[in-house]
Design a protein around this ligand. Structure first.
Ligand code: MTE
Ligand code: MO
Length: 157
């Protein structure tokens, strides 16, 4: 299994890389146990996006949150103001790193996503295998499917 390493950089005062131990050490108030409570088909424990942003400290120029999955070259860029309070970073399952089959070692989740390709904060932005969260001035790299045909093609992989 790949090692957990989540880079947070771009328009931030304090770029950082978080390990599994770093994420586990985040205080209980910012831990989000058992994401199946709000996403019944998804599993694992996470931390709030806000707790990670508090460490990285976005600059005032940051307007988008851009999620990168190098593993399969999938990227989504969503408005920062809207995702604050909604984002969860899932990193653990059954006391160990989140397995790749669950989108691990790091999987992003929006608590209440819109249906695929109906909104910027849609289910397609629930990026799996995230290795980098980049804060950007304006919309960053985004290759989410635009319509049903593209979406079906992606899911047939
Ligand atoms: N890295 C990565 N993340 C991804 C995708 C992908 O192809 N690669 N597909 C997205 C899409 S289009 C959807 S609808 C959801 C599906 O999540 P699920 O596998 O938990 O059902 O993951 C999103 N995250
Ligand atoms: Mo999707």
């Amino acid at each position: 299994m790949p090692q957990t390493a989540l880079r947070i950089d771009g328009e931030v005062a304090n770029p950082l890389t978080l390990t599994y131990e770093d994420l586990s050490a985040i205080p209980a108030d910012d831990q989000v146990p058992d994401v199946s409570r709000f996403h019944p088909k998804r599993q694992g424990d996470g931390v709030t996006l806000d707790s990670l942003l508090a460490k990285a400290t976005p600059k005032s120029t940051a307007t988008y949150l851009t999620l990168h999955a190098t593993a399969d070259d999938f990227h989504a860029s969503i408005p920062l103001a809207e995702v604050r309070g909604e984002g969860v970073v899932v990193y653990r399952l059954a006391g160990g790193p989140l397995p790749v089959k669950n989108g691990g070692p790091i999987r992003f989740l929006i608590r209440n996503p819109a249906a695929c390709h109906t909104d910027e904060l849609d289910d397609c932005a629930n990026v799996k295998f995230v290795d980098r969260i980049e804060l950007t001035a304006g919309k960053g790299h985004d290759n989410r499917p635009h319509d049903d045909a593209e979406h079906e093609k992606l899911h047939s992989h």
